[in-house]
Design a protein around this ligand. Sequence first.
Ligand code: 13P
Ligand code: SF4
Length: 318
Amino acid sequence: MLLVYPNSLKNEGERKKVNKSEIENRIEQLKKERNAVIIAHNYQIGEVQDVADFLGDSLQLSQEAAKLEEEVIVFCGVHFMAETAAILSPDKTILMPDIDAGCPMADMITASELRDWKKQYPGRKVVCYVNTSAEVKAECDICCTSSNAVQVVKAVEGNEILFVPDKNLAAYVARFTKKKIIPWDGYCYVHNNIRLRHVREKKEQFPEAEVWVHPECRPEVIDMADKVLSTGKMIKEAKITTKADILIGTESGIIYRMKKENPDKNFHPIKELTHCSNMKKINVRKALASLEDMKYKVDVPQEISQRAKGAIERMVRL
Ligand code: 13P
Ligand code: SF4
């Protein structure tokens, strides 16, 4: 199809009149003009996944962002993810199609709250989940993601570790170490809302199905799981498994990708409408507007970026 999207369509009202394939064509053209790529988290809506050059979990996306040669990265995910990319790739322009797409769990701890908390536990190392702001990362010894949290905690010096902000991930990690993990009282509302009764109900409906959940889920939900996996590991496992039915305990956006890549298998959400409203703020029109107007730029002040980078790099080096 020929490109019919005129350059002059600069405002959102005009863009709304343009159909999806025209938007996709315009995005392709702008990516070339701007030397840009689109990367998207596994929870993004289908239409965003379809225009992305790279899809992945939080860790994969930041690592990919650092490797890319293009100058501009349109980051379709939540704010802490784009910030991590900006920290690891300070010479690139990192854009977010919706600057208000934050992570409520990351907002459950501020740098000043963490500084006060640390004073109560002198000498303890602090592990921060990647779902934290750059300011919080700057106060921590080492970062972790859902795919390497156990490995990171085991590697950290000391028998007592402070862990921020996810108490559910902290409880999951505690299953694999003798170290005492002192958690911050944060959680992801999306995963915390997946309850034991949802797993039981779905298991009744699909008795042969395997249960895969994200480590941000409640401990009693994790107890019911056959596999506890980051979103990136779920995607890999979906290709390998010989099971026909899998019950998924994480944000439902991932099911779009799983079905697309594995049309012969059935992926059922453990709880219907498990949606992260922030992940859903981005759509193709906003991705187009982001490229069109080079907005919204994510910058991390250098002093914070350097300290936060230390915590991220210590994780990457493991
Ligand atoms: P992953 O690192 O597994 O992609 O998880 C990110 C996240 O925000 C989970 O809610
Ligand atoms: Fe944050 Fe939860 Fe949304 Fe992930 S799913 S971005 S942890 S609120």
